[in-house]
Ligand binder design. Structure first.
Ligand code: MG
Length: 389
């Protein structure tokens, strides 16, 4: 008889730092009694203290699998979905049925409209943990289970420059350039002097060789995105990310067609169906799957769909402990069209010991581990910051 899932445990991991994500609060941004604040420039809610949701599956034979999903906002909602609903359908299952399990769990809630958000985040965490178990039982890293490794290392770009002033942000970007990282991305909600000035000053500071991407955080209209793209064109942006609200697929196609810039989207997608709506319309040039939302199964489906359309893939990496990043690097290693990967230096550097310093990044690229499964698990330091929920 094959091994079966016997237990599920869920933890909240404290990833809090002195500064919130993207840097200090700006004028008019205040923390509410529940610990949240809204960035004025993009209207998006963030927590004062970063955190993520980590999952541990254990089989009857005692094999452990680790998964993780987005946990910065209302993480107990995701935990409750797993505890109240999904546990009963996962316990007793064969981890080698990982894709069947994913699809069955997806189908359970289709009629309720839960084809996004917290429900699919819960599925992502379970999916990563199941793949981790399959890797450990077979003694293979995930990229082997996905068909093999196509990259020795994976190029990465420095994401976010969480400093108070533009000159400090330029300085930080130059520090990373001098460490051998040849690509950075800045975030428009904290580009206090405006996107054009931010882009211009970063280009002047970094010189012509460094690639500079601009994350517009869904803030523009079709017309303003096209205009902005033309204004920053002299400073040679690498790509513009998430220019429009994600509902506006027709507008996105207009921006992709007429802005003259390379358009990257995908971080909020959960499934290949989200990808299909944009890819079929030729509304995207670079596809950015986010492992914390997709799990390995949907990440690969999005990646294969992008490859079938000859699109470039640059995976996104949001706030996490390193567990879903490890899964993302394993899956990315098996996708030939991956040309780079987000590097959340402000989290990975201070918290790299949380996953035992297994995740390496040198000279502008991530290493890829050959350890079975996703290749990482929580260290003693991380376990001290994990609370069972
Ligand atoms: Mg983004």
């Amino acid at each position: 008889m094959t091994d079966q899932i016997a237990a599920i445990e869920i933890f909240l991991v404290d990833l809090s730092q002195q500064q919130p994500y993207l840097g200090a609060l700006r004028d008019g941004e205040e923390i509410d009694p529940h610990g949240y604040f809204v960035r004025k420039q993009n209207g998006t809610v963030y927590p004062r203290k970063n955190r993520s949701l980590v999952l541990r599956l254990v089989t009857r034979d005692g094999v452990e699998g680790w998964g993780e999903t987005y946990g910065i906002v209302a993480p107990r909602a995701t935990a409750e979905i797993i505890k109240d609903l999904l546990t009963g359908f996962v316990i007793g299952s064969d981890p080698f049925d990982v894709q069947v399990i994913h699809d069955r769990l997806y189908d359970l809630m289709r009629v309720r409209g839960y084809n996004g958000g917290y429900y699919l985040d819960a599925l992502a965490a379970i999916d990563i943990a199941l793949w981790d178990i399959v890797g450990k039982i077979t003694g293979k890293p995930i990229h082997k289970l996905l068909g093999g490794r196509l990259h020795e290392r994976i190029h990465c770009y420095v994401s976010g420059l969480p400093c108070d002033t533009l000159s400090e942000r330029c300085e930080l970007a130059c520090t990373w350039r001098d460490r051998g990282f040849d690509a950075v991305k800045f975030a428009s909600p904290v580009a206090d002097d405006g996107v054009v000035t931010e882009m211009r000053e970063l280009r002047h500071a970094l010189g012509p060789e460094t690639r500079i991407a601009c994350d517009l955080h869904w803030t523009q209209t079709t017309a303003s995105a096209i205009e902005l793209a033309q204004q920053i064109a002299p400073y040679q942006p690498w790509f513009i990310e998430a220019p429009l609200p994600s509902e506006d697929i027709d507008g996105l196609k207009q921006v992709a067609t007429h802005s003259g810039q390379t358009v990257a989207v995908g971080e909020e997608w959960r499934t290949v169906f989200d990808a299909r709506l944009r890819i079929d319309k030729q509304a995207v040039h670079i596809v950015q799957p986010e492992m914390g939302h997709t799990g390995i199964t949907q990440f690969m489906r999005i990646g294969r769909y992008a490859e079938a359309h000859h699109l470039t893939i640059i995976p996104h990496a949001t706030i996490g402990s390193g567990i879903f990043l490890a899964a993302s690097l394993q899956a990315s290693a098996a996708l030939g069209n991956v040309v780079s990967h987000e590097f959340q230096h402000s989290l990975l550097e201070p918290f790299r010991h949380f996953t035992g310093d297994v995740l390496t990044y040198e000279n502008g690229a991530y290493g890829i581990t050959e350890t079975p499964g996703i290749g990482v698990e929580p260290s003693c330091e991380m376990k001290q910051r994990m609370d069972r929920v």
